[in-house]
Write a protein that binds this ligand. Structure first.
Ligand SMILES: O=P(O)(O)OC[C@H]1O[C@H](O)[C@H](O)[C@@H](O)[C@@H]1O
Length: 443
């Protein structure tokens, strides 16, 4: 079976030769490096260019962390967090908290500034051995820097400076940033985020791979899946056979036809953080110059009972993309009940996945009838291999899509605006004039 199938039969889009041609040009720009943001295209060939020695080094470091700690605290935000979180959630056990713990766990920090969250984390790890992976491409992002200062102090208190150096791994830029300086000074093991790979495209670098290996995920399978998708979406692949090209074309056609929102959804709650990763990928890549589809998400069938009404009958400015999983790994059947008081005997003997599938098909038709075009991305199962393919598929389609939209998909200038205000409010040295000005505005 193919690693990933795209079904656009319910999208209501007729792909013209002109559209195909434009997409081919956009795809070519990713390879010729003649487009906007061309110094951030390292991700295009990342899966096929990861050296086996690099994977082995990541696996060895993960093993070391797993041997010395019950809890590995992974610190990062945005692209330095969401990829690992997405795959770890998808591959993890939804009820791990209820089971006796046999393996080290990876928990995340630095993705917020919440005192409650941080207090609970420190309190929860009190009786556990700990280690940390700190990730920041710029090495200067406030949230992870603050979280790391706190976690580092806790690790040093427990294990001393030399012990901390054995338990902390930094993933950052080759040369720049405060984290690089700090890691060098403290003698931490470090991994490099390549210059030409932006944060939101970095899941297949140590940024995603080290935390995932530490969480026990088969990162070689993840990379193999991505590599297969790299080939399946290559420049020489026929348009109709290239799912990333077709997806990018259809979502842009829908945008041009007046759709402003793309909702990514899945009937597997384990994929919820794939949605979050996808939202950053597309939101930061396309939302600029007053343009871009707004990336939203739902987890189904839960959200049919909250957002379902709006999707069915609200403003007709959205379309849906569903990530559909062909086969669950486990089997649960609905039993027959002698009294049938709940009236569910018509489902007796069926697997829950059959019911889920009928919900999916029924919703698709209802939404299409209600004016919400539907795209369907089918993956065979939730496995490291299939997820690797899915992640690369979305990255490739995002690069193509951004070029079709006419933006630079590889920058995010808008993210800086709030930071200036926050630093001014926190009286960061160098922001004296801004502090004065913002105080006036808040009077
Ligand atoms: O890895 P870092 O440099 O810490 O960046 C973490 C994140 O924060 C920034 O503000 C950017 O908008 C994101 O694209 C980035 O992924």
């Amino acid at each position: 079976m193919k690693t990933l199938k795209l079904d656009i039969s319910k999208a209501g889009v007729e792909i013209t030769p002109r559209m195909e041609e434009r997409t081919r040009e956009a795809l070519s720009l990713l390879y010729s490096k003649q487009g906007a943001g061309n110094d951030f295209l390292g991700w295009v060939t990342l899966p096929s260019s990861i050296a086996p020695q690099e994977l082995s080094r990541i696996e060895a470091e993960a093993k070391k962390l797993r041997e010395c700690a019950d809890v590995i605290i992974c610190i990062g935000i945005g692209g330095s967090y969401l990829g690992a979180k997405a795959v770890a959630e998808a591959m993890g056990d939804s009820f791990a908290a209820l089971r006796p713990r046999k393996e080290p766990v990876v928990v995340f920090a630095g993705q917020n500034l919440s005192e409650e969250y941080t207090y609970e984390l420190l309190d929860a790890v009190k009786d556990h051995s700990i280690a940390a992976i700190v990730i920041s491409k710029s090495g200067t992002t406030t949230e992870p820097a603050v979280a790391f200062r706190i976690v580092k102090a806790e690790i040093e208190r427990r294990y001393g400076k030399a012990g901390a150096a054995e338990r902390i791994v930094a993933i950052t830029d080759r040369a720049r940033g405060a984290l690089k300086t700090l890691a060098d000074n403290e003698g931490y093991a470090t991994f490099v985020i390549p210059d030409d790979v932006g944060g939101r495209f970095s899941v297949l670098t140590p940024v995603g791979l080290l935390p995932l290996a530490a969480a026990g995920v088969d990162i070689e399978a993840l990379v193999r899946g991505a590599e297969e998708m790299e080939r399946a979406t290559g420049e020489q692949v026929a348009f109709a056979e290239n799912p990333a090209a077709v997806y990018a074309t259809v979502r842009n056609a829908l945008y041009e036809a007046g759709k402003k929102i793309e909702i990514l959804g899945s009937y597997e709650p384990k994929l919820q953080y794939i949605n979050e990763w996808w939202k950053q990928l597309y939101g930061e890549s396309e939302g600029k110059d007053g343009k871009g589809l707004f990336p939203a998400s739902v987890t189904l069938t839960a959200d049919l009972h909250s957002m379902g009404q709006y999707i069915q009958e609200g403003e007709r400015t959205m379309f849906e993309t569903i990530v559909s999983v062909t086969a669950p790994k486990h089997e649960v059947r609905i039993e027959s009940d002698a009294e049938n008081l709940d009236g569910l005997n018509y489902l007796a003997g069926k697997r829950l996945s059959e019911v889920n599938r009928m919900a999916e098909l029924g919703v698709q038709l209802a939404h299409v009838d209600g004016g919400v075009p539907n795209l369907r991305i089918e993956i065979p199962e939730i496995s490291a291999h299939a997820l690797g393919a899915l992640l690369y598929f979305f990255e490739k389609a995002c690069g193509i899509s951004g070029y079709l939209l006419g933006v630079n998909p590889f920058n995010q200038p808008g993210v800086e605006a709030y930071k200036k205000n926050m630093f001014a409010l926190l009286e960061k040295p160098g922001y004296e004039a801004e502090t004065k000005a913002i105080r006036e505005r808040l009077k």
